[in-house]
Design a protein around this ligand. Sequence first.
Ligand code: S3P
Length: 450
Amino acid sequence: MSGHGTPIPMTSRKVTALKGVANVPGDKSISHRSLILGAMSVGETRITGLLEGEDVLDTAKAMRAFGAEVTDHGGGEWSVYGVGVGGFAEPEQVIDCGNSGTGVRLIMGAMATTAITATFTGDASLNGRPMGRVTNPLAEFGAQAYGREGGRLPMTIVGAREPMPVRYVVPVPSAQVKSAVLLAGLNAPGKTVVIEKEATRDHTERMLQGFGAELTVEETDEGRVITLTGQPELQPQTIVVPRDPSSAAFPVCAAILTEGSDVLVPNIGLNPTRAGLFTTLKEMGADLTYENLREEGGEPVADLRAKFSPDLKGIEVPPARAASMIDEYPVLSVVASFAEGATVMRGVKELRVKESDRIDAMAKGLRAAGVEVEEGEDWWIVHGRGHGNVTGGVTVESRLDHRIAMSFMVMGMATEKPMTVDDGGPIATSFPIFEPLMAGLGAAITRSHQ
Ligand code: S3P
């Protein structure tokens, strides 16, 4: 499990002319959901292009513990023989979700309306994150949660014996909370209604419809109203997982920041609930183009071409865009460091409860590298120094957070002196091929101190 092994310090040195094709791994959000919905359908779901990062492998293990037959056929081909809605067995052991908030929150939802009990734990990062946002709505279905102070893991969920459908207004913009409620609603009779004021990633809604559930979405004055009819028989599916835009962000930003670079990142899902970073980069003046724009499996997909962009400008990122790029703010703050002027990011309180407090983690590292950063509870401003003017030459903490580690590795490709992270191990949770993929483009990342 990530974060429990020996730390792996990684150093990234200045490079030029990153070139080539970056085939990034499958989408993390869609990979988790494919395994969970596969386990809740009746019969065999086939999955191609599954992300084989630690987070998703922990979810695969968990689905086995709840009684599904999950088989790795090699090369990203997986199958899940599901047990049906309400068919989960009681696990014999504690479910360890490693570093994954998505894994634990979605699985808690999926089991909470079945009359079984399960205990969940994770690594030091996950065990510090708030679970009340999920256990509060699950209590309305009739499930009980017994965790540590502050609603933290390890935590035991006693599933509802006679679940009631709920109507729940999600209080924070969170696809994990929305998805936990919808998955719990699957085994409640009648209609479960989830209302979100701000649209968050909609993979759960799309996939539930794909698996044959009756689910409608209405845009109303109250927000997005999602209505799910409980106790369907989910039909197994054949799923082709698109490549992850959140992983694409790293080679894209690396190319934008390094002189002479030209990188193609093929087959990236551009679902509007996920693509906010790319819009933002273009507004900053990045040379980023969508080639071969097409539809695949009902989702917009394109090949992204990113080239060195010497004249980046700081911008104010619209807060309404935050949910569509919530995982990309760390690497955006790196790009912002090399822009002229300030990049203002507001409405991003959620960044404080990710795998780490991402505003704090990035602000500390950026300041150490010579960049001025201002911050408040739900905002931060990065004062860019312009291309070629960022010193670097420091070791920063990755805090068990894959995206913090990768962001500083991208930064080191453009700073005068190398950047080191104390532990690059967590990168394996979402992007296990990060080092060879970046090396293939011409990056100089080594597993050692500078
Ligand atoms: C995810 C939702 C987001 C995101 C996470 C993946 C998902 O979290 O940060 O990486 O797959 O539903 P929140 O729902 O907590 O915003």
